[in-house]
Structures are given as structure tokens and as C-alpha cells.
Design a protein around this ligand. Sequence first.
Ligand code: SF4
Ligand code: ZN
Length: 314
Amino acid sequence: MKCRRCEEQAVVEVRHAHAAYCPTCFVERCREQVSRAIGEHRMIRSGEKVLVAVSGGKDSLAVWDLLLDLGYPADGVYLGLGIGGYSDRSGDCARAFAERRGATLIEIDLASEVGFTIPQAANTRRMPCSACGLAKRHLLNKTALDHGYDVLVTGHNLDDEVAVLFGNTLQWNMPYLARQRPALPESSGFARRVKPLVRLTERETAAYCVIRRIDYIVEECPMASGNRHLLYKELLNTLEERDPGAKATFLNGFADRVAPLLDDLAAQERDSVGTCSRCGSPTTAEVCAFCRLRDQATRPPRRRKKRRRDRSVH
Ligand code: SF4
Ligand code: ZN
């Protein structure tokens, strides 16, 4: 296989683009795709303070590396989830990357910050990944606001976005569908949240890290079993195998044809947001979902109450 651009030996095939690339041209392509996503969705404006949510995995380290190389002076934030050796090793990867690039890394420890770890939150009625996602969204947003950042960047890639879209579509979860955008604007209590990797697949971010010699945590989180998005990803990978480009077509079709129809619903959702009576975070309930999770995670097991559904905006 020859590189589509320079005709040198190709090392990465991008099937959905019907192309293959040599290492240099592949890195260049990744930068172009990220630049294009940032420009198309006006993710980051000149002079803004940028914070990258870094997990130590391939996607968050790739997006941080790409932003730095594109000239964005981005800092990172690492949230220690307290998942034993997995958290230790992912923290090491985040720290090693920050040191190598001379970048600032803010570290937050869930246990010392809020009094519980993800394994403790898994003892509540929420699924571990649901509790983890809620804690991450709450604390990363709070960190961005407390430190005066304009934009919070996450490493969600094309596969992540397609899996979430597939899940929300299966359940016809209209409020979640209305919020599914590559860039969510800043609003009262929220920093702008953006996903510059939305045009790159998981395979591409892994290849990027290998070519750029970025050490990332390869092992899967031990609490991931039962995560429905992993099942959706498997199903979608089977589809993509048979029909290369199907994922991008699904996601782009939603963005172009469906998301604009949900603009009013998205605005209604934003308008219905108030503040949590305990922590001041945005929520549609009296007490936000995160405060309730903390109550459950730190309460002695026998006194835990049943989980209630709510319309918290976390
Ligand atoms: Fe959190 Fe689940 Fe991801 Fe583990 S797999 S880090 S529990 S969201
Ligand atoms: Zn709260």
C-alpha cells in the first residue's frame, strides 16, 4: 500500500476514507481533521483558555497532543477515580505526557474532593459507568469554571459519538439527542464543552499515539463490564466491517438533518435549568444528581434508598 499523499510506504489504512497514509502524512491528516472540526463548530476562539479532560487513555492524550501542536496553549485536568491499580497507571500516563510536553496538569482526587471513589459509587443503584460519568461531568465542569477556563475539551472520538447516538436513538431519548453536538455552548453554570476528535475514529487515535510514541493506558477499566456502549460499539464495528463509512454516514446524517430540528428542544432544556440548592450546580431538580449520588455513595449500605429518576442536566 502506498501513501495517498506522498506515495511512500503506507502504515495506516483509513478504510472509511478509502485511503492509506505513511506516518508523516497520517499525523498531518489527524491535525487537519481536528482543525476542521474546531473551525466548523467554532469550538475554540483565539485567546481562549483551554482545559483538556485527560484520562490517561489514547483519545484524551491524542487530543491534548494535537491541540498543543496546533498552537493551542491547552492545560490538562486528571481526575483520580480511585479504581485501584488502573487509576494509578492511568495517572502515571497523564503525568508522563504532561512532563514530556512541558504542559500544566491539574490533578483532582475524587476521594479527597468529594469523599467517595468510583468503586464506592458502584454500590449505589446507579451502574458504575453511569456514576462515573456523572462524577466526571460534574467535577470537570466545576474545575473548568473554578479555574477560569473558557472551554473544556474531551477526547470523545467518532466511535464514541456514534455509540452514544445509537443508544439514544434506540431509546428515543429526545432530550439527550437534542444535546448531542460536537460543541455544546457555554451557558449558565456550564463551560463550553467540545469534542475535537469527532472526525477521527478510535483506530485512528490509537495509530496516532503509536506513531507519536505517546504512552497511554491500554488495559480496559475493570469496572467497564455491563457498559452498554461497549455492546453498541461491537455491533457498530460489525456493521462498519461490512459497510465501511456507515458510522460516519449515521453521525453526519444526524448532525445535518436531525439535530437542527431539535434546536428548540435544546433551548427549552437550557431554559429549564436552575441551580442545586446544595452545591449551586445546574440542574432541573431541587438537588442535583451529583449531590444525590454523593449522599448514596457515602451512606451506610443498609440505609440507602431506591434510586429515583430525575431530569438532572448532568
Ligand atoms: Fe468510569 Fe466506566 Fe470509564 Fe471505568 S469504564 S472509567 S467506570 S466510565
Ligand atoms: Zn448539587
